[in-house]
Design a protein around this ligand. Structure first.
Ligand code: NAD
Length: 470
């Protein structure tokens, strides 16, 4: 992968600052034109985008289309349709003591923005936030993950054909280039990635007082209570959410707590569901609908996690290291029952296709178990027929987002905010929430300047003229 030289990074930043200062990016018509270019780019280049995703992550055209390409296009179309209302000034009343005054909240662009993306959804995590940035009237630089060289190259080759670099540009590189980017002043940085790097980004941004949104990861629990919904549909939903992108999904269920009465049935249903989707364990490697891991090292990490979990008492239910092939970046969908709490699998974000299943007695025990885990989950999933039980978990377990009786779908729902809490990040994206993140709401007060509204000049010194104050 060829990296963007430092001088080019500074020049792009400078060019975007200059363009923003002309106010050219403010009119809604200009913004809609940029969003229309996003749609045109996706329509005309979907094959190249899809091919790049297949090269980097073994994603099938269908998976790439559904989870990356189409969602980004929909994000742009939704922004075009709603831009007038999202950006409309809101008029509000002033408190009585300030009367007569007229108050408004203007929705203004922030300026020059930076989007830093992770490897797992290399197109949508870069382009999705960029859509919000453009909709809000900003310029934007995207820094995709260096671990996806095909996607990076595709973006670097194609973006200049659709966008002026002063409006939208791609910077390629790894730590040195991101470090260079972080030395510059930004009006918003939208970072998606790990908690470890999130801390580095937030620390660097503090030095230039650049505002940051952090979309991080973590361990998202999934709970199946005694009163679970229909078994087969539930198992299919959970196995789909775990196996999509070979488990490299920030909101994939990371571990499952099953109320003990249901353990046997759930394990059996999970196995059947996996076989229906990908065939028998020893045949799954040939199944091209199952994505690959991003790297050989990433696959080796999963293999060592399984070894560690087995030595901590975990029993393989299906899958396992012997079916993996690190060189082919393949690790089979693996379910492991009841590994000890000190296993790496239960202390680190898995970010691969391994699902630990832990039995529990009471719903209170499940909450206590989750609360022994470090960090605040990005997502919480509860499968239960009883709404009060879902609410019970919602009250006891804080998380960025949550889903009742399904997985992942809140990510695709642009009418609700998507974001983390605590160690899973702060700020939110998607739809209007993404637009708001890249918008400065400017509070403005207007007041008629006439003696009649001075009310005896009460606000002016000397304050002791009425006695009692000094
Ligand atoms: P990562 O944090 O390693 O890398 C993300 C970006 O940071 C990359 O562009 C990389 O070049 C850059 N980077 C890496 N090290 C850096 C450093 N020392 N200084 C400056 N920049 C650096 O993340 P990843 O491994 O690519 O992605 C996986 C992580 O992302 C997981 O934790 C996952 O949960 C999280 N994630 C979160 C979301 C979300 O929406 N919350 C979505 C996708 C992925």
């Amino acid at each position: 992968m060829s990296s963007t030289p430092n001088e080019k990074i500074s020049a792009l930043h400078e060019a975007q600052k200059k363009l923003f200062a002309t106010s050219k990016t403010r009119p809604l018509m200009w913004r809609k034109q940029q969003l229309a270019k996003v749609v045109k780019f996706i329509d005309e280049c979907s094959t190249q985008i899809s091919d790049a995703l297949t090269k980097d992550l073994g994603k099938t055209a269908f998976e790439g289309e559904v989870t990356e390409i189409e969602v980004t296009k929909l994000e742009a179309l939704e922004a075009i349709e709603n831009l007038d209302s999202w950006s409309a000034t809101e008029y509000v009343s002033a408190p009585g003591a300030l009367m007569p005054s007229f108050c408004e909240m203007r929705k203004e662009p922030r300026g020059v923005t930076l989007v830093i993306g992770p490897f797992n959804y290399p197109f949508s995590t870069g382009f999705g936030p960029a859509v919000s940035a453009l909709a809000a009237g900003n310029t934007c630089i995207i820094k995709p993950s260096e671990m996806c060289p095909a996607t990076d190259k595709m973006l670097r080759d194609l973006i200049p054909k659709y966008f002026d670099p002063e409006v939208l540009a791609v910077v390629s590189g790894a730590i040195p280039e991101t470090t260079k980017l972080m030395e510059l002043e930004w009006d918003m940085i939208f970072f998606t990635g790990s908690e470890r790097v999130g801390k580095i980004i937030a620390g660097a941004a503090a030095k230039t007082l650049s505002p940051v949104i952090l979309e991080l990861g973590g361990k998202s629990p999934l709970i199946i209570t005694k009163e679970m919904p229909e078994l087969e549909a539930m198992a299919n939903r959970i196995m789909w959410g775990k196996t999509i992108n070979a488990g490299q999904t920030c909101v994939a269920p990371d571990y499952v707590l099953v109320q003990e009465e249901n353990v046997e049935a759930v394990l059996e249903a999970f196995k059947t569901s996996l076989e229906n989707m990908f065939g028998k364990t020893n045949e799954q490697i040939k199944n091209s609908t199952f994505s690959r891991n991003v790297s050989v090292d990433h696959t080796k990490r999963l293999i060592s996690m399984i070894d560690d979990a087995k030595s901590n008492g975990g029993k393989i239910v299906t899958g396992g290291s012997e079916y993996g092939d690190a060189k082919a970046k393949y690790f089979p969908p693996t379910i492991i029952y009841n590994p000890g709490p000190k296993s790496k699998i239960l202390t680190e974000e898995i970010f691969g296709c391994i699902l630990p299943i832990i039995p529990y007695k009471t719903n209170g025990d499940a909450i206590r178990y989750i609360n022994t885990m470090r960090g605040t989950p990005l997502a919480l999933y509860v499968f239960t027929r009883i709404r009060e039980h879902f609410d019970f978990f919602m009250d006891a377990v804080p998380s960025g987002g949550a889903v009742h009786n399904d997985v992942l779908l809140h990510f695709a729902c642009s009418t609700i905010p998507f974001g983390g809490l605590g160690t899973s990040g702060y700020g939110s994206g998607h739809g209007k929430h993404g637009f708001d993140s890249f918008t400065h709401t400017r509070g403005v007060l207007s007041k008629p300047c006439k003696g009649i509204f001075e009310f005896g000049g009460i606000r002016y010194p000397p304050y002791d003229r009425y006695g009692g104050f000094s």
